[in-house]
Design a protein around this ligand. Structure first.
Ligand code: ADP
Length: 398
């Protein structure tokens, strides 16, 4: 325990089988100083586990939890709350949450009240696998600790700057009005990248940037003057580039075909979210490290598919800006795999883009060669920090 409990901001990112949490002390050079990060994994399984590390990465806790205490997200949130209040000797000043969907209107983080919570619940059909889990901890904290301010930060918000045309599919207006729009996701990651570019590469930050978030989920974003103008993801986080277990681009006719084969909605949903992408294509794994280490022809083929379609989808975003000045890779694969960055960039040789092998092996920041007409960079993302910053800013506005 260090300073007083009321000097902290808690960030929560709740998924279907895990809750990740990060604690920041308010103050210090950067305004927010990371104190610890943890997660409960295996929610709803027989062996849920709590792991917490301090800011230097040293383990603070690592233990099994009784399955009945983490049978679902609300339950697991109680475990996080109890552990934190024991550790801090009190509650955080505010909690910032990652919420996948802010719908067509919410373009900024918001302080959560009953009205906002009801609005966010109404967006659950737009993200049925994520939104209910994201909102569960908000509800638990509102019930148990109503005095704590809570802020919802949306993966869609950064993309609300898209033009009317970028926001559309070629479907009847009625569907658009009902919400069939190209919302775009990973917005918190891109917002951080835009901020980081302003700090470390200001010349590029004002230009035309294509950023690619290559993690378990994969997307790319066209940013002009630090604002999103297009994204490869659309109505759901299924569209666009190939991912760990999601296919990315897919002829909508395939879904019709699956229905004709007698697959139920839930079976199709499971197939598209959990059994496709690198996992489906390789038949081996969704983990890029395993595929890179494998000699199997299907692993090679999956990696070739990934590099080709990611390269194609990324460079296609240049049309939204009539060109591109810089390319940025981020997230698990984008930050750590020189081999995949090289494989993707090889598809841009016709543009004169060349990576410098040594810079690429060092993971940047600049990985392109000096004579490459378009600079290619690696920038580490930090979605939690963006959430903590927004939460603190909204608190200060209050
Ligand atoms: P998320 O937060 O969306 O779960 P991450 O951004 O952590 O995802 O990225 C996870 C992906 O990053 C996994 O496919 C993993 O294999 C990949 N990854 C992590 N480190 C490396 C590495 N050194 N080389 C290749 N892939 C990596």
């Amino acid at each position: 325990m260090s300073d007083t409990p009321r000097d902290t901001i808690l960030v929560i990112n709740a998924g279907s089988s895990s809750i990740k949490f990060y604690l920041y002390d308010i103050g210090g050079e950067q305004d927010l100083t990371p104190r610890l990060g943890g997660q409960i994994e295996g929610i709803g399984t027989l062996r849920p586990r709590l792991r917490v590390r301090d800011a230097a990465g040293q383990p603070l806790v690592e233990r099994d939890i009784a399955p009945g205490h983490a049978s679902d997200v609300p339950n697991a949130q109680e475990v996080v709350g109890t552990w934190l209040s024991g550790h801090l000797g009190g509650a955080p000043l505010a909690v910032g949450h990652r919420v996948v969907h802010g719908g067509p209107d919410l373009s900024e983080p918001v302080l959560v009240d009953d009205e906002i919570l009801a609005q966010l619940e109404a967006y659950a059909p737009l993200a049925p696998l994520h939104q209910p889990n994201n909102l569960a901890p908000i509800r638990v904290i509102r019930e148990r600790r109503p005095a704590i301010a809570q802020v919802a930060c949306f993966d869609t918000a950064f993309h609300r700057s898209h033009s009317d045309v970028a926001d559309r599919y070629a479907v009847p207006e009625k569907l658009y009005r009902e919400g069939v729009r190209r919302y775009g996701f990973h917005g918190l990651s891109y917002e951080y990248i835009a901020q980081r570019l302003r700090q470390v590469l200001p010349d590029i930050a004002t230009g035309r940037v294509i950023a690619a978030h290559l993690g378990s989920g994969v997307s790319a974003c066209a940013m002009h003057h630090g604002k999103s103008v297009d994204s490869t993801m659309g109505f759901t986080a299924l569209e666009g580039l190939p991912m760990g277990t999601r296919p990315g681009r897919l002829d909508a006719g395939v879904v019709l075909w699956m229905m004709e084969q007698g697959m139920s909605h839930d079976e199709i949903e499971h197939m598209l979210y959990y059994d496709c992408g690198m996992k489906g294509l390789s038949g081996i794994s969704n983990d890029m490290r395993e595929l890179l280490a494998s000699e199997a022809p299907s692993a090679r083929m999956a990696l070739q598919y990934f590099a080709w379609r990611v390269a194609e989808g990324m460079i296609g975003l240049a049309c939204a800006m009539n060109g591109v000045d810089a390319i940025v890779f981020t997230a698990g694969v984008g930050e750590n795999s020189a081999e995949i960055r090289q494989a993707i960039s090889a598809h841009w040789g016709w543009l004169g883009i060349r990576l410098d092998p040594e810079r690429n092996a060092r993971h940047g920041p600049r990985i392109s060669s000096d004579d490459s007409p378009i600079g290619v960079y690696v920038v580490r993302t930090n979605e939690e920090l963006i959430i903590a910053q927004h939460t603190l800013a909204l608190l200060r506005q209050r």
